[in-house]
Design a protein. Sequence first.
Length: 86
Amino acid sequence: MQLGPLPELLIAGDPLAADLVAAHGTSAYVRQLVRWTRTAASLRLMRQWLDELASVSASPHSSLRGPRTSTPTRTDSATPTPPAAP
């Protein structure tokens, strides 16, 4: 039983993985190539998710807006006094 990107992609019916296995078998070369292609696919999905988050955070009704640009101000004028030296 194999675990990893190659069997995952073969089960999912990925044509590139199937062609590589048909041409070269389940060699270390093919497993490494499939790792790289899976990483590229993951990066593409991450970019899509980030774009979706950016579009949602740009909405005025979003709770995902960025950090506040102003800091809250104190309403009282009292300043704390440092503790007395011993």
